[in-house]
Design a protein around this ligand. Structure first.
Ligand code: CU
Length: 176
């Protein structure tokens, strides 16, 4: 008698609500909810606007090997931010060509010397694990762009690897 009673309740329940206690009305809304969840998740994963962007404009100034320089010797960015570097070569002489290469600390000189060995065909950038990011070459009057993800907090370096430029064109990247 008890068993039959329970069976009746289950039967009545499934007629009225569906077996998990939802009304037919709620049942109708459900497919929409199921559809919404994965979409929201996808949006979060693809939403890069949540990542801070640190944009830096830096210039290569000077007219010869004795006067060339970056217009800043220290750059500061936020750890893990997307860093966007705009390097403008303000030189006018056709042989004054610059780039900007970010490296681990105490390596800029080694990287620049290796870059000079690589030569123009490799944009003067060596294949090295101490390089964080390297821009293309900027000809006089040109602006080149470089984007990379900032590393963890610490002190890093940047350098122009065009032959002989490293002596005057280098600086520190501070990541906070
Ligand atoms: Cu240079």
């Amino acid at each position: 008698m008890k068993k039959t009673g329970i069976a009746w309740i289950i039967l009545a329940c499934s007629f009225l609500f569906g077996c998990d206690g939802t009304t037919p009305e709620q049942e109708a809304q459900r497919p929409e909810q199921i559809h919404e969840e994965p979409l929201k998740q996808q949006e979060t994963e693809q939403d890069t606007t949540l990542q801070p962007i640190d944009e830096i404009n830096i210039k290569g100034i000077g007219t010869d090997l004795q006067t060339i320089a970056y217009d800043q010797d220290t750059l500061e960015v936020t750890a893990d931010a997307l860093v966007r570097i705009n390097l403008t070569n303000e030189g006018s002489h056709p042989t004054i060509i610059h780039n900007i290469v970010f490296t681990q600390r105490n390596t800029y000189q080694k990287v620049a010397l290796a870059g000079a060995e690589v030569g123009a065909s490799g944009n003067y950038v060596p294949d090295s694990p101490v390089i964080l990011a390297a821009s293309p070459l900027a000809l006089p009057g040109q602006t080149v762009q470089l984007e990379f993800k900032a590393p963890g907090p610490g002190v890093y370096e940047f350098v122009c690897t065009y032959p002989d430029h490293y002596k005057r064109m280098h600086g520190l990247l501070i990541v906070k």
